[in-house]
Design a protein around this ligand. Structure first.
Ligand SMILES: Cc1cc2nc3c(=O)[nH]c(=O)nc-3n(C[C@H](O)[C@H](O)[C@H](O)COP(=O)(O)OP(=O)(O)OC[C@H]3O[C@@H](n4cnc5c(N)ncnc54)[C@H](O)[C@@H]3O)c2cc1C
Length: 374
């Protein structure tokens, strides 16, 4: 089958790797002049590694990943609020985003990736789908996979009413080297009325961090924050937080307002299929956006291998729409609870968090492992 993939991100390249392996004629169109990711870290859940089964890609990810088996939430004085032991018999990995993309890309031949190809519109039909580009002649395919992220032009062409929704907070991120974290297998979040600080270990004494602050959309005051502002705002936080911010270079701090999508009713539109953030952008509170994009790719490839064209797309839709809806909603809910700013409400929330048994919180993630692969 002749397949176009719009977007050479984590989702698009995973789909390309798996579909090329099945012998399909795949072209990946990327608007940037190179395949590249942001200078930040990312966690890939055991639910994804499990679904890759024994695929070589799982081994590649294990080679570059730091194993994290505990997720701890604390208050600003480092009093524990909850501690989730991640599922046994599975590996949760953290890594730099670029190394993740590099590993996935190593399974896609260069000849299948077309950079500087900005897809502007899609003409969907019964027999073929045609992609329009800003600078190149249009091309037709049997199937188009829209993996072009939260602001997807592919989604705009097939489901124009589904726009990203601002979720009320903005996130600063960075990567630091030569950091000696006490617990190399524990990802931590410190919650306070001033914001959340996350610190996640990576291999080779690296770590990534994020700071999530409740703010208006495009809040000019918060968007003007540089390293000294963050240090001042969180200087009463535990040593570890201050050490990480000290190590951060002044110029490489990323900042993004957080958006998600209301769950779509379908990811399939004749010969166009949506995948990853284009289909189900979610807030990062469960650390699952890229993981779900990779799962989409695995499920879509499995369905295409197993069923005829129409049945494959129907089955993909059935397996992924309902599942990712749950992840979007749960992530949104966690964000709402975590981003409280009223000091009294925060105090009550923290007390409740301390009372809830950790097992109950862990149970909230069990569904991630149960979704079907084809
Ligand atoms: C602060 C933060 C932390 C996160 N942490 C995690 C985490 O720990 N774990 C996790 O699993 N997820 C995490 N995520 C979510 C994750 O980053 C995304 O879900 C994931 O990157 C989505 O991958 P994608 O391939 O669907 O889209 P993208 O990564 O957005 O890739 C889309 C690609 O398409 C290209 N493109 C866009 N438009 C066009 C066009 N018109 N024509 C051609 N090319 C185009 C883009 O240049 C890009 O390369 C986090 C997100 C944020 C914001």
């Amino acid at each position: 089958m002749k397949i176009a993939i719009v977007g050479a991100g984590i989702g698009g390249l995973t789909a390309a790797a798996l579909l090329i392996e099945q012998g399909h004629d795949v072209s990946v169109f990327e608007k940037k002049d190179a395949v590249s990711e942001l200078g930040a870290g990312i966690g890939i859940g055991g639910n994804v590694i499990d679904k890759l089964n024994n695929h070589d890609l799982a081994k590649g990810l294990k080679n570059i990943g730091q194993v994290v088996d505990v997720m701890e939430v604390l208050d600003e004085k480092a009093n524990p609020l909850s501690k989730i032991k991640l599922k046994k018999n599975t590996v949760n990995l953290t890594m730099s985003r670029q190394s993740l993309l590099d590993v996935i890309q190593s399974y896609v031949p260069d000849s299948a990736i077309f950079t500087n190809h900005y897809v502007t519109d899609i003409e969907n039909g019964d027999l073929k789908v045609t992609l329009q580009f800003s600078e190149q002649p249009s091309q037709s395919f049997d199937l188009c996979i829209g993996a072009d992220g939260i602001h997807s032009n592919t989604r705009q062409a097939v489901a124009p009413n589904n726009k990203p929704i601002y979720q009320g907070y903005t996130v600063f991120r960075g990567l630091v080297d030569e950091i000696d974290l006490k617990d190399g297998n524990v990802a931590k979040e410190y919650w306070s009325s001033k914001g959340r600080v996350g610190i996640v270990p990576l291999l080779n004494n690296q770590a990534y961090w994020f700071i999530s602050i409740t703010a208006k959309e495009n809040d000019t005051k918060i968007h003007a924050f540089a390293k000294p502002h963050l240090q001042a705002r969180f200087n009463h936080f535990p040593n570890e937080v201050r050490q990480v911010l000290d190590k951060q270079s002044e110029t490489d701090i990323l900042l993004h307002d957080m958006y998600d999508l209301n769950p779509l009713k379908t990811f399939v539109y004749q010969r166009v299929v949506l995948l990853g953030d284009a289909a189900h952008a979610m807030t990062p509170n469960m650390g699952q956006g890229a993981g779900q994009a990779m799962e989409d790719a695995i499920v879509l490839a499995n369905c295409i291998q197993t069923y005829d064209f129409d049945m494959a797309l129907q089955r993909y839709n059935k397996l992924r729409v309902k599942h990712t809806k749950k992840v979007i909603k749960r992530s949104r809910k966690i964000g709402k609870i975590a981003q409280r700013t009223n000091k009294f409400v925060v105090k009550v929330r923290n007390k409740i968090a301390q009372i809830i048994p950790n097992q109950l919180i862990s149970n909230q993630t069990k569904f991630l492992y149960k979704s079907k692969e084809k």
